[in-house]
Ligand binder design. Structure first.
Ligand code: IMP
Ligand code: MG
Length: 175
């Protein structure tokens, strides 16, 4: 673990997830949103957030791929698409991290063609400084400005997703 620096502890994450759950519950009072988990990275955050929501909701899972391996971006691809009709529905997208913004701006364009009533984004991490395409995160867990991070769903070449905390990789070449 000496190539990792802890950025967020499990306690810090869980406290923030509860706050987000309360805020979203308040905002979606009297609504029944479709909550979309962006696989694979958002799975851990998603499962914590939905258990802190006190509104009738349904869950959907989408898998887009932009990072093929390691830390370099590859081609964008819809690996597994939505299986339900979102026309007239309130949609909340749950994502692990918004970095360049390319993944979510691509996905939101696809969603808008299906005429949802509303689309909001809830992301565990917002790396605003690295944005290349405009994407507004409505519910951000944490704004961060650091290097490549792993844990709490985020991976490096499919590893470290299971860590209950978030850590920055000090030297990616040593992974
Ligand atoms: P974007 O399209 O550049 O916004 O990238 C978003 C996706 O890249 C996220 O859903 C992650 O899967 C991945 N990603 C970006 N930064 C990191 C990181 O620091 N650690 C792990 N995955 C990352
Ligand atoms: Mg992702």
């Amino acid at each position: 673990m000496n190539n990792f620096r802890i950025v967020l502890t499990e306690e810090q994450i869980q406290k923030r997830v509860k706050e987000l759950g309360e805020q979203i519950t308040k905002d979606y009072n009297e609504k029944s949103p479709i909550v979309i988990c962006m696989l694979k990275g958002a799975i851990v955050f998603f499962s914590d957030v939905v258990r802190n929501l006190n509104v009738p909701l349904s869950m959907e899972f989408v898998r887009l791929s932009s990072y093929k391996n390691g830390t370099t971006a590859g081609e964008m691809e819809v690996v597994s698409d939505l299986k339900c009709d979102i026309a007239g529905k309130d949609v909340i997208i749950i994502e692990d991290i918004v970095d360049s913004g390319k993944t979510l701006s691509y996905f939101i364009k696809l969603l808008q063609e299906k005429n949802p009533a509303s689309v909001k984004i809830c992301a565990f991490l917002d790396k605003k400084a690295r944005r290349e395409v405009e994407v507004k995160v409505d519910y951000a867990g944490f704004d961060i400005d650091c290097g490549f991070v792993v844990g709490y769903g985020l991976d490096y070449a499919e590893r470290y997703r299971e860590l209950p905390f978030l850590a920055e990789v000090i030297d990616p070449s040593k992974l």
